[in-house]
Design a protein around this ligand. Structure first.
Ligand SMILES: [Zn+2]
Length: 200
């Protein structure tokens, strides 16, 4: 598994997720259409799932508050530990997104775009200066984190559902607005604690 902390996904994945974002806008109710992707509402996160051939792509976009309870640069050892733990949990995509065993999926790539990357053992790139906002950045006192996962599946025809474990790991998260796109069709669903299975 490759884990990177800079947001630099493969171009093909970007174009597919961008396409999905367009689809998501079309599928969302009008109230959500204008900011379907990346709207910032505490307690709510957005999930995009795309299946293309043997690849399953997942993008999670969430206010940082849902993960750690604050949206500023960590100022204390406790806040640094909380954020590092959240980033570590998000790096374990196979624990957060459960796919049918029959599909034979393996997590091939994870990209975390955290506003303040803290994962143990991860060095800041040498060219990383600090005169800019990290990631999607802090805007008006808010900050988002985006995590992208690429699974490769031996039997994609068996991909019928995705169970999301995020609510147990991050209890501040109350609602996950999900969109999915595959060659077989598109759809949208709202996942909640106790109802966290997305039909594919
Ligand atoms: Zn916020």
């Amino acid at each position: 598994m490759i884990t990177r902390t800079r947001f630099n996904p493969p171009l093909a994945a970007v174009s597919r997720l961008a396409l999905l974002a367009v689809c998501a806008s079309a599928l969302m109710p009008p109230a959500h259409a204008q900011r379907a992707h990346g709207a910032h509402e505490h307690g709510v996160a957005h999930l995009s799932v795309a299946i293309e051939g043997a690849e399953l792509l997942i993008e999670l976009s969430t206010p940082l508050d849902n993960l750690v309870g604050f949206e500023h640069a960590p100022a204390t050892a406790a806040q640094r530990a909380t954020l590092a733990d959240a980033e570590a949990r998000l790096s374990q995509g196979a624990e957060l997104f459960r796919l049918p065993e029959a599909a034979g999926c393996v997590l091939a790539e994870t990209v975390l775009d955290s506003p303040w990357p803290l994962q143990a053992g991860k060095e800041q790139p040498a060219d990383h200066d600090h005169d800019h906002d990290h990631g999607v950045g802090a805007r008006e006192g808010h900050a988002d984190l985006i995590a992208t996962y690429r699974f490769e599946c031996a039997r994609p025809a068996a991909l019928d559902a995705l169970r999301v474990e995020l609510f147990d790991v991050f209890p501040r998260l109350r609602e996950l607005r999900a969109v999915r796109a595959a060659e077989s069709g598109q759809g949208a669903a709202v996942l909640k604690p106790g109802a966290a299975v997305l039909s594919l």
